[in-house]
Design a protein around this ligand. Sequence first.
Ligand code: CIZ
Ligand code: SF4
Length: 313
Amino acid sequence: METADYIREINRLKKEKNAVILAHYYQTSDIQDVADYIGDSLGLSQEAAKTEADMIVFAGVRFMAETAKILSPSKKVVLPDINAGCSLEESAPADKFIAFKAQHPDAVVISYVNCSAELKTLTDIVCTSTNAIKIVESVPKDKEIIFAPDKNLGGYINRVTGRNMILWDGACMVHEAFSAKLISDLKEKHPNASIIAHPESEEPVLELADYIGSTTGLLKHTINSPEKEFIVATESGILHQMRLASPDKMFHVAPTAKNGHACIACSDCPHMKLNTMEKLYACLRDESPEILLSEEVIEKARKPIDLMLEISA
Ligand code: CIZ
Ligand code: SF4
């Protein structure tokens, strides 16, 4: 089928089944264009918690669809590709994390939402990059904190808040690929461009940034700032919304490198990009693959997510 056929069929099935399509900013442009709501993990989970649809089609990765299921357990939640994982999630298996926690029995555990449902059951408060600083600051200063699984986001929060959180050793395979050296070279060619970066990026990249923020923060910044040109260090999918919101401005994807060599597609998340229009259409039609979690996991994982939503309300 052509894109126009998918759009027509997806819209028809959405009405017929009272379904809603939630898409993350890192999805391909065609998927973003057919979604009812586009956002970051915080916005998408807030939307999942309040939707009146019977079925949530989650165009994102598995941990995000799981979060939607935890917040709306009575709804059917489907994901276009069940293999859409996340390198951060993979970096923190529950058994290893239990052993790590046991070494710091008095610590409050704050987990970035980019982790498995099982890890959330071992967590006191969940956070996203939009609310991470607020969540960390809600914990009394004299309390020890374990922050998992993203060491780059954790390190950034430590620097901003002056805390000394214990960091789990995980990283995002997309954001850790941004190269400070190649970004500096690009800036030389575009001296008027402002460098903006997601805090999952490594410290040398964040040091170059004129603005650091979550995906929603970065998007808003490009809209509100008088600057006309940006080098964007986050997953390339977000450029679609940036360009739609500011057609008169110029956006460059920050360059990436692997083993010292420039890497062309490294700013595309291979997990996010497993989703296609064809798979989106098929999962809406077949109501599969479906996200299924045990009642126990839903109950235990919900507490730290609810606490996050309360603190960030
Ligand atoms: O890297 C991700 O998966 C991000 C930034 C998610 C989100 O929306 O915070
Ligand atoms: Fe995970 Fe990084 Fe992909 Fe986000 S961009 S889903 S953190 S691998």
